[in-house]
Design a protein. Structure first.
Lengths: 362, 542
């Protein structure tokens, strides 16, 4: 391309005196570009001034800007006067947010497309070529900088006075640790405080008082409250037992049908949990042993409990053994009985660790 | 008294001179004004991420004025009737108030969320563009690393952000995050307990996530984005090969005014689209999820889309638990592999890729020209393989929804994902590799024999041949002399101007026909010689 060879020829060119009379502004612009190693090889207006095409484009851009202003005003009007406070049902307040979005969006799009049309269609098109100066770093520049840095190292004299370097290092390492210490020391928290990882809210209170199984609203549960094949989420009947302070305590109390209960009891006996069930009732931790989601979708027909987070499935009639999905450990079973008043209580705390697995789980 | 004359017309010039006396800005400013940028639509993908980030900063600042990062229990008493009287954390209550009580708060919240999704999507698509065109090669490895770090930090920003409202869905996500940290061997329980300030959920995690989300992570993002853009600026943008374009120059247009104006318009459009989405498309309706309670979850609990691949890997992981029979026994839970080890490998592989490729090809030269994906089949195929891997994981993150909507067994979906994860990536590699070779072959064919014209000629001996339009003068074998230059080879006759350029205007032309089709940024093509009649391709066709 002829223009390109011209560009190569610019390399050894004399700079133009920009005060030369008779130079157009574009000449100066081109000279500036040349001083930045840019050659404007092609420059042409996209629209001829004064033509119909130009007027049409100008009108379009102006319309877009005006539309933008109009919709922007609409946004303000809606923002101020439209009924916005939430009311139940299908009120006009439900239109508040969509109307804000549409007006804000359209006003921004109006400006955007206006500016874009202005720049893309009305401004002259150009092709410029700029030199990258690739691989043109002079060797001696690197050498000079390198030598300067080495000289600085010599000035410091660490090589001749090694004690300085060693003592600086020995002094600074603890100082660096000082910066980290409050952060680490402040944040660190013993996970085994009060044996918290291995206990739940069902641990018998001091004095051996057994903990009741209560519902979401705090009422204790009687066997008759759950029909055969049904299930209920229960919590420890202690202070804050239902709140997130005892996030590892939610338990699923299941009333199994006769056949399934028989199977479950046999399975229980196989693992030495012979007395964990009460009648046809069994209680399992609801906290998935995989990632801690509540395993809460109970399929009555198959006696499987599904965790909706990662689809681990536990077979309730086989000690809640994981039968599908990523969980590797069965759901712990809560040993239950009915107290003298006829309410369910936990015989003891869970005998296995509740919740997701971790390194030091025995 | 004579008033001193104030020359209004000279004022800007004088002010400018005064500024330059002090700051010596004229020359550097001219460098910036004159800087040449190459233009191609695919170079704008990263901009979408940048512009979304600006929207995130703007809307996010607004949200902080109303959000209360506290887990103190309060009883909701706002205008959303179904939740009135429910005990919940102050964080959730203030998020509800942001949606119902603050005028225009909901659109800000929804714009913030949509902008975050767009930010991550733009990062991913931008990264694919960089990868498939080889723009990460020397000297741009650093920017590639910063870019992939930006994805992971954006991931963290997104996760800490959507955890803040403390609603039923995000609390479940937080629970899973705690389980992931817990699964790390040796330090897991200490790490989790230190971050949550005790046993999950504790009472401090929302405040800690808040400061991470509004200060630490944005500061890091801002710093890295500045370095990222700064490096693009100083190293100069890559460009596609084409007429006049070499490894040593940049062909395009100067930054001001046209290029900058187009960027400004593009920003407004991105901003406008986010506003439309924030107004029209509901996202994360936290009032439907209720406050977080450890025992409540619903089916189809999905994270934001960029987290779904990890959710998918977790779902597909078989229940392989490693037990170490020492002392009381130690455990490495199956959760550890897909959520800690896999992302670790992905970070390592993606950041190291430029160096691995350079080492493999023994190519340590500087590259400023992009490559068409078909010209580097191994890289393109590897990218397709990674993409297939990612897509299988992402779809598996939604496998319960797919199973439900399409009436497929959930277990079948999980098994399909497990098998697909092993089979589809290599298949994608093979298919992509063959496609690349096929495309290359076709380019060479067109360069050698010419463009298919669609004209079938019957020869005197009864044969039928298709007439080809050669692209250059041909030697006696009927082969063209054109070299492949790494850029688009015209493959249709109207690319050569055969059909004549389209003329705008429905009833009468409103513009004169364009000279010849040139892509923007190309130097204009020489005037076209008189069109010759298409000669018979019988000699050129073998």
């Amino acid at each position: 391309m002829s223009t390109h060879t011209e560009h190569q020829a610019q390399q050894g060119r004399e700079p133009l005196d920009v005060n030369t009379p008779g130079l157009t502004r574009f000449d100066i612009v081109r000279e500036g570009a040349r001083r930045d190693d840019i050659e404007i090889v092609h420059y042409e207006p996209q629209v001829v001034p004064g033509t119909k095409a130009e007027r049409r484009l100008v009108r379009l851009v102006a319309w877009l800007f005006l539309l933008s202003g109009l919709v922007g005003t609409a946004f303000l009007v809606i923002y101020i006067w439209w009924p916005w406070e939430y009311a139940p049902g299908r009120g006009s307040d439900k239109w508040y947010n969509p109307l804000l979005g549409v007006t804000l969006g359209l006003s921004l799009l109006g400006i955007g497309f206006g500016i874009l049309t202005w720049g893309k269609k009305l401004l002259p098109k150009e092709v410029s070529i700029q030199d990258r100066h690739e691989g043109q770093v002079p060797e001696d520049e690197r050498s000079i900088t390198g030598q300067t840095m080495l000289y600085m190292a010599d000035e410091m004299g660490v090589k001749r006075r090694p004690l300085l370097g060693i003592s600086l290092l020995a002094g600074l390492v603890p100082v660096g640790a000082v910066a980290a210490a409050p952060l680490v020391g402040g944040l660190i928290s013993n996970p085994h405080k009060n044996n918290q990882m291995f206990t739940t809210g069902f641990a018998p209170a001091e004095g051996g008082q057994k903990i009741r199984l209560v519902r979401e609203d705090g009422r204790p549960v009687r066997p008759a409250d759950i029909s055969s094949g049904g299930q209920l989420t229960v919590f420890p009947g202690i202070e804050n037992g239902i709140s997130n302070r005892h996030a590892d305590s939610p338990t699923l109390l299941i009333h199994l049908r006769d056949e399934d209960a028989k199977e479950s009891r046999q399975a229980n006996e196989r693992v030495g949990h012979g007395d964990y069930m009460w009648g046809n009732y069994a209680a399992f931790s609801k906290i998935c042993t995989h990632a801690g989601c509540p395993a809460s979708l109970f399929e009555q027909q198959t006696n499987r409990l599904l965790c909706p987070c990662h689809q681990s499935q536990f077979l309730i009639t086989d000690n809640a053994r994981p039968v599908f999905g990523p969980a590797s450990r069965r759901l712990p079973q809560l040993p239950i009985e009915v107290d003298s008043e006829g309410f369910f209580v936990a015989k003891s705390d869970y005998t296995e660790t509740v919740g997701p697995d971790f390194w030091e789980r025995p | 008294m004579k008033r001193r004359k104030f020359d209004l017309a000279a004022a800007p010039g004088k002010a400018a001179a005064g500024l330059d006396d002090r700051f010596r800005a004229a020359t550097p400013l001219r460098h910036v004004l004159n800087k040449v940028f190459p233009d191609h639509w695919s170079f704008l993908l990263g901009e979408i991420a940048l512009f979304s980030f600006i929207v995130l900063l703007l809307t996010g600042t607004f949200l902080t004025f109303f959000f209360e990062p506290s887990m103190t229990e309060v009883v909701y008493n706002g205008s959303y009737a179904p939740l009135r009287g429910t005990p919940m954390s102050a964080a959730y209550a203030s998020s509800l108030n942001l949606s119902f009580e603050v005028r225009g708060g909901l659109i800000m919240r929804q714009m913030h969320h949509w902008a975050a999704l767009l930010f991550m999507a733009a990062i991913v698509v931008h990264m694919l563009r960089i990868f498939f065109t080889g723009a990460f090669r020397k000297p741009r490895e650093t920017n590639w690393i910063i870019g992939s770090l930006l994805f992971w930090i954006g991931f963290l920003a997104g996760f800490t952000g959507y955890s803040l409202p403390d609603d039923g869905l995000s609390g479940t996500g937080l629970r899973i995050a705690s389980a992931i940290m817990l699964s790390i061997p040796v330090i897991g329980s200490w790490l989790t307990s230190s971050i949550f300030g005790g046993e999950f959920p504790g009472t401090i995690i929302i405040s800690r996530f808040f400061i991470a989300h509004v200060l630490l992570i944005p500061a890091l993002l801002l710093a890295l984005i500045s370095v990222h853009v700064g490096l693009v600026f100083t190293q100069k943008h890559t460009q596609w090969p084409g007429p006049g374009r070499t490894n040593g120059n940049v062909v395009g247009e100067r930054m001001f005014p046209r290029y900058a104006i187009k960027q400004g318009g593009f920003f407004m459009i991105v901003f406008g689209v986010i506003a439309l989405m924030g107004g029209l498309f509901q996202i994360n309706p936290i009032w439907l999820f209720g406050p977080y309670e450890a025992w409540v979850v619903s089916a189809a609990s999905q994270p934001d889309w960029y987290v779904m691949f990890l959710d998918g890997s977790t779902r597909l992981m078989p229940a392989w638990q490693i037990t170490i029979p020492l002392g009381d026994g130690y455990v490495i839970p199956p959760l550890f592999w897909p959520t800690v080890v896999l992302p670790g490998i992905l970070v390592g592989l993606s950041t190291l890729y430029p160096f691995l490729e350079a080492r493999h090809l023994k190519d340590y030269r500087t590259h400023n020209l992009l490559q068409r994906p078909r010209d580097v089949p191994a890289r393109t195929a590897a990218g397709a393989m990674a993409l297939a891997f990612y897509l299988v994981l992402t779809l598996s993150g939604a496998n319960d929804v797919i199973a439900d909507k399409f009436q497929i067994s959930l277990n079948a979906m999980t098994w399909a994902g497990r098998v697909g994860l092993l089979i589809l990536p290599p298949l994608a590699y093979y298919v992509t590799y063959r496609l690349c070779l096929g495309l290359q072959q076709h380019d060479r064919e067109v360069l050698a024999h010419g463009v298919e014209t669609g004209i079938i000629r019957r020869m005197p001996d009864g044969r039928f041949v298709e007439v080809h339009q050669p692209l250059s003068a041909q030697d006696h074998d009927g082969h063209g002399a054109l070299e492949y230059t790494g850029w688009v080879v015209p493959k249709k006759m109207n690319r050569l101007g055969a059909l004549g350029p389209a003329i705008r205007g429905f009833f009468y032309p409103i513009e004169k026909p364009a000279e010849a089709p040139v892509s923007p940024g190309h130097p204009p093509v020489e005037p076209r010689p008189e069109r010759e009649e298409i000669t018979s391709g019988s000699e050129s066709h073998r």
